[in-house]
Design a protein around this ligand. Structure first.
Ligand code: FAD
Length: 517
């Protein structure tokens, strides 16, 4: 059963929603949904939005959208479809905040579940020795932050952007600058409540139904829909010292990053950026970051060179400011950045964590948020990162990039390897995220086709140079590629699929398995 859908289900890269397409309601399969007794409701009309995501390239129109008010709404719906067996072709996609980029939260002529309507029971913070928050799978991380802060607590591991749902990030991993210390978000979960592809509502954890628990974490939505999660918390700091320094040599930059992620008592957040061909860079930063030495900084010109920016942060409370500054000074003195490029800022914890939202507001105002995002996220083993950087930053992208390129190492020893997440074999690997935007109709270097061709060159290089790279937020079009992605874990993945979603009803937008008929 684990074959991918045929080409009619795979969309062309530039397809778009045709408003004249009539949803599939005429089918008896769909009309039978109206007989279900639910706390929430189905909608069948004006559901074009469910065929859109942040990537803005893939558009599959569903037949219906479920707005659940309870986990049993989801369970009853899936149970109903499961019982129809091979007489139904319906698939079901949980839609979090729909910030995936390749149609992963869509269901062609199927049912999309609008997870953000699943609010009850209310989010609850549990204090005590091992504090946690019990939240809906459709809850946004930004809401979790605000709620937990009322108790002086917060989750340990984040994504760079918080307007994403719990279920959406836990289906992948949830990686940011804290992952070297705490592992990704999927390593910071105590318990899940899940609706499987048979419609069963199951509670799972490390000790209870562990196979389902680890399968669902990083499982690309294949084994169940996360309706609730217990997320571990820590005392939240009030303030963040946020620092950026520049390097003109990749090797110094990466060695310093690797040193920082491996040393005890390091920063609380470590990321990095590649800056390609941008002069006047330092002036742009002045608004939010102060140079330590303004005179020296004003003399620094990037001259169109590729630069590497280390971004680090130290958390603190106002009464610990002196101690924090001493620690920061000591750590900085061990690094080899260009001395005049030390930029610092002090912001609240919320401002720091919600930083990308400010860019969102600015981009939305310019009409640049809802354009195609042909993103590519890779995990590159540490021992190949120099080879990768030489070819990709020195050749393929030597004179332009169409968005931020984020790069930082993480240490797998802090990660749990029982989840479904696939990473390179080495203990330390880099996340390299090419977060490109593209102009749909441009034929120039800012055009979609150009960016896609660049992405393909990067992927081809990884493959021909045998770097042992893995895609993060993976996207493939053939089953052979999925099998290669999972490697020895493929068998486990297939076994879990047949145990928890034997009809392949769930998450069709990932295009790993074909709906059983
Ligand atoms: P959706 O796009 O709605 O869904 C994604 C997949 O998960 C789909 O297959 C869907 O069916 C499934 N799914 C959704 N909800 C559930 C559920 N409750 N149960 C089971 N399956 C479910 N990722 C990082 O790791 N680190 C980052 O720093 C980061 N930054 C980002 C910044 C931006 C601006 C954007 C747009 C994305 C970023 N991402 C990052 C990627 C993001 O984590 C994933 O795309 C994530 O899936 C988005 O969450 P969502 O709620 O929008 O999920």
């Amino acid at each position: 059963f684990c074959s991918i859908p045929d080409n009619t289900n795979l969309c062309s890269k530039q397809s778009s929603v045709n408003p004249s397409v009539i949803p599939y309601k005429s089918s008896s399969n769909i009309s039978s949904l109206e007989t279900l007794k639910l706390d929430g409701y189905f909608s069948f009309d004006n559901i074009d939005y469910a065929a859109k995501d942040f990537g803005n390239r893939y558009h599959f129109l569903p037949s219906a959208v479920l707005h659940p008010k309870s986990a049993s709404d989801i369970s009853n719906t899936i149970k109903h479809i499961f019982r129809m067996g091979s007489t139904s072709r319906l698939t079901v996609a949980a839609r979090g905040h729909s910030h995936s980029v390749q149609g992963q939260a869509q269901a062609h002529q199927g049912i999309v579940i609008n997870m953000e309507s699943l609010r009850g029971p209310e989010m609850k913070v549990h204090t005590g020795e091992l504090p946690y928050v019990d939240a809906s799978g459709g809850e946004l991380w930004i809401n979790i932050l605000h709620e937990t802060l009322k108790y002086g607590l917060a989750p340990k591991s984040w994504t760079d952007y918080l307007h994403l749902t719990v279920g959406g990030t836990l289906s992948n991993a949830g990686i940011s600058g804290q992952a070297f210390k705490h592992g990704p978000q999927i390593n910071n979960i105590y318990q899940l409540e899940v609706v499987t592809g048979k419609g069963e509502l199951v509670t799972c954890s490390e000790k209870q139904n562990a196979e389902l628990f680890y399968g669902v974490l990083g499982g690309l939505g294949q084994f169940g829909i996360i309706t609730r999660a217990k997320i571990s918390l820590e005392p939240a700091p009030k303030m963040v010292k946020w620092i950026r320094v520049l390097y003109d040599e990749f090797s110094k930059f990466s060695k310093d990053q690797e040193y920082l992620i491996s040393s005890e008592n390091s920063f609380d957040y470590i990321e990095g950026l590649v800056i390609i061909n941008r002069t006047g860079l330092l002036n742009n930063w002045r608004s939010s970051f102060n140079p330590r030495d303004p005179l020296q900084a004003s003399k620094f010109i990037s001259e169109g060179k590729t630069l590497y920016c280390l971004e680090i942060a130290k958390y603190f409370n106002p009464d610990e400011s002196d101690k924090m500054n001493q620690k920061t000074e000591r750590l900085l003195s061990e690094l080899r950045y260009v001395p005049s490029t030390l930029f610092m800022s002090e912001v609240s914890y919320v401002e720091f964590l919600d930083r990308v939202h400010l860019s969102e507001i600015k981009l939305r105002a310019k009409g640049l948020w809802e354009i195609p995002h042909p993103w590519l996220n890779l995990l590159i083993p540490k021992n190949k990162i120099f080879e990768f950087a030489q070819e990709v930053f020195g050749n393929i992208l030597s004179d332009n990039s169409n968005g931020p390129i984020i790069i930082y190492p993480v240490n797998k020893s802090k990660w749990n390897n029982r989840t479904s997440l696939i990473t390179p074999e080495e203990d330390t690997f880099y996340l390299v995220a090419f977060l490109s935007s593209a102009m749909p109709t441009s034929t120039g270097r800012d055009g979609l086709l150009h960016v896609l061709a660049q992405n393909q060159r990067i992927l081809d290089f990884c493959s021909t140079a045998s770097l042992g790279a893995k895609q993060y937020l993976p996207h493939y079009t053939t089953q052979e590629e999925w099998q290669t992605h999972f490697g020895p874990q493929w068998e486990v993945f297939v076994r879990r699929k047949s145990a928890y979603d034997p009809m392949a009803i769930l998450a069709p937008g990932q295009r790993i398995f074909r709906r059983k008929l």
